[in-house]
Design a protein around this ligand. Sequence first.
Ligand SMILES: *Cc1c(COP(=O)(O)O)cnc(C)c1O
Length: 376
Amino acid sequence: MNEPLLLVPGPCTVEPDVLATLGRPVPLHYGPHWTATYDRLRRQLAEVFGTAGEVHLLFGPGSAGMEMTLGSVLAPGDELVVVVEGIFGQRLVEIARTLGLVVHELRTEGTRPAGGEELAAMLGGHPAVRAVAMVHHETGTGVLTPVERLCRTARAAGLITVVDAISSLGGAPLRMDDWGVDLCVTVANKCLGGPVGVAPVAVGPRALELISAPPARRRKAVGWYLDLATWHRYQDMWSSWHPHPTTMPGNVVHALATATDRIFEVGLDAHHRRIAAAARQARGGLRALGLCTLVPDEIAAPAVTSVRAPDGMDVDHYLRWLVDKHGMLAAAGLPPHAGASFRVGHMGRAAEPGVVTDWLDATRDYLRIEGIGARS
Ligand SMILES: *Cc1c(COP(=O)(O)O)cnc(C)c1O
């Protein structure tokens, strides 16, 4: 059976050259040839993150990367603020609590992103807080968080800042060092257009000091594999041969390098513009069909469009029809908008203008066949 074209907000359907790299014989994860590819990829990614620090390629999902960042700079019992704008902010709370951290949640209503004043007020009430964690793009709703404003506020209070940029890096500009982001995580298989299996974890200059020289007698919240200090140590100790602590998924790393080379061929700005153009095309097309987006364009992330289901639409039926008739897989809405919305990602091949057009045409047909009128 042919796999459907993925219009979900990650993972993405990769380009043929990325796929071909995945199908090659398993490469060795050490030696000069490997190290050259690995280090070049890490330098490219540092540029995408906008940091003069370093990037490690965690063999695992984005959530493991978030666990790694929080646990590498905090000790059990430490307090932190987590900005919760949806399901992935809630995931951060869960990870932090499991690490034994004391979480203060900064929650927002509906699809409104958190503001700097709210954060400042919260910090004022919790003087023992050491860090602030947030999600750049809340993929559940499609809202883009004002990371720069929030991180500047947190930095002004002398705090460590941690950002989940899992569904935004490569899809929306993010400048870690300029914005005051200390630690940041993404995955290969969303806006970078790469394969599933690797989570790039970026450590800014200030965080490098924190992971390498933790305060005396403070036990970190992580073990060995997820401690960034382990990765930093092996990078130096085994630098020209095996600059990471464990075996790596060679094909996956090479395939991500193929995807990243693509980005640098056109330029990072052009890559961002391509995704933004797909989002504009999708949103304009939806409105022409009489549909509404869930999030106003001013606060919507470019990587995902959340669509309010019109009256009379059975979202599950539409999604099944789309995959059965057109081989395109879009995503259902997530709580609190489950059942009443669906989501379309603009990453990987889904950002192609022709793909967006095909999806809009199919949706027009569906509305006509089902006799669903425009929402007034
Ligand atoms: C996809 C996603 C995650 C989860 O990533 P995993 O790789 O499944 O751990 C976390 N946060 C955001 C914002 C996401 O979009």
